[in-house]
Design a protein around this ligand. Structure first.
Ligand code: GLP
Length: 281
């Protein structure tokens, strides 16, 4: 696991955009997994800026979003379809080659879930998956209690998630009770995972995900099983990590060794620097 603790949300968003840009430059037809929520908004702002400036090109990219509410129209202002248009797709000079978001009103949610899995497989799997984290440790809409091997499926949202997401709706009663989400097993198949967390209300979930046991009680803890996961945190979200000083030290060393490696081998090479950090590039 690579754990990067940034000073604030602006730096977190900047670093997140660097990881996406690096992946996109290395593979123009990147299969990119995307997340919603307030956390990745700064990342999307930065990607839009880079694309509008001609520094990034999404025209060959294929995207897959993690999840969508079930039961609201896709043009509802709080649907994740709407979110993606508003924050990313609709602001690009040239849209990605294909964008996928689970349907919000499928006739048959089970069939829609299987079709989504099939679409991911047909695209060759996800190269880089961006994730946020819920206060209860959920990833996508995989609530505590989700199987760590779960696949894309309809799920029932927990009361705390409905409360947390009520801020986006007129009233808590308007928040959908169900969603269609990639499973934890689906997410773990992404070749690289970039989890973003910002603010003090994520600190406990982040500490459980990184330093707690691997358990269905904290879905994000399943990421400990992934060989190439990056936790990109701001200082507030990292505040409850017991080993924060150690992670900072590891990251400083990782960057120094990467720079030295890039100088001797040219940029774009990857290097395994410290066993703790896993694969890095
Ligand atoms: C929702 C989404 C998650 C997201 C979480 C946190 O529940 N389904 O994918 O990570 O919210 O959102 P925020 O970034 O707004 O805290």
């Amino acid at each position: 696991m690579r754990i990067i603790i940034t000073d604030d949300y602006a730096e977190l968003s900047q670093r997140a955009a660097e990881f996406v840009a690096q992946a996109l430059c290395a593979k123009p037809n990147l299969v990119l997994g995307l997340a919603t929520g307030s956390t990745p908004v700064g990342l999307y702002d930065e990607l839009v800026r880079l694309e509008n400036d001609g520094e990034l090109d999404f025209s060959q990219v294929v995207t897959f979003n993690l999840d969508e509410y079930l039961g609201i129209p896709e043009d509802h202002p709080q649907s994740y379809h709407h979110f993606m248009e508003e924050h990313l797709f609709g602001r690009l000079r040239e849209r990605p080659r294909a964008t996928h978001i689970p349907p919000a009103q499928p006739d048959d949610p089970l069939a829609a879930a299987e079709a989504y899995e099939q679409q991911i497989r047909a695209a060759g799997g996800i190269d880089l998956q961006v994730l946020g984290i819920g206060r209860n440790g959920h990833i996508g809409f995989n609530e505590p209690g989700s199987s760590l091997a779960s696949r894309t499926r309809p799920v029932v949202l927990r009361a705390e998630t409905i409360r947390d997401n009520a801020r986006f709706f007129d009233s808590p009663a308007d928040v959908p009770r169900y969603a269609l989400t990639m499973g934890i097993g689906t997410i773990l198949e992404a070749r690289r995972i970039l989890l973003l967390a910002s603010g003090p209300n994520k600190a406990e979930a982040v500490a459980r995900a990184i330093e707690g046991p691997v358990t269905a009680a904290c879905p994000a803890s399943a990421l400990q099983l992934h060989p190439d996961v990056i936790f990109l945190l701001d200082a507030a979200a990292a505040a409850e990590l017991q080993q924060a000083d150690y992670y900072r030290h590891v990251e400083q060393l990782t960057r120094e060794l990467q720079q030295r490696h890039a100088r001797s081998h040219g940029a774009g090479q990857s290097v395994n620097v410290v066993p703790f950090a896993g694969r890095s590039s």
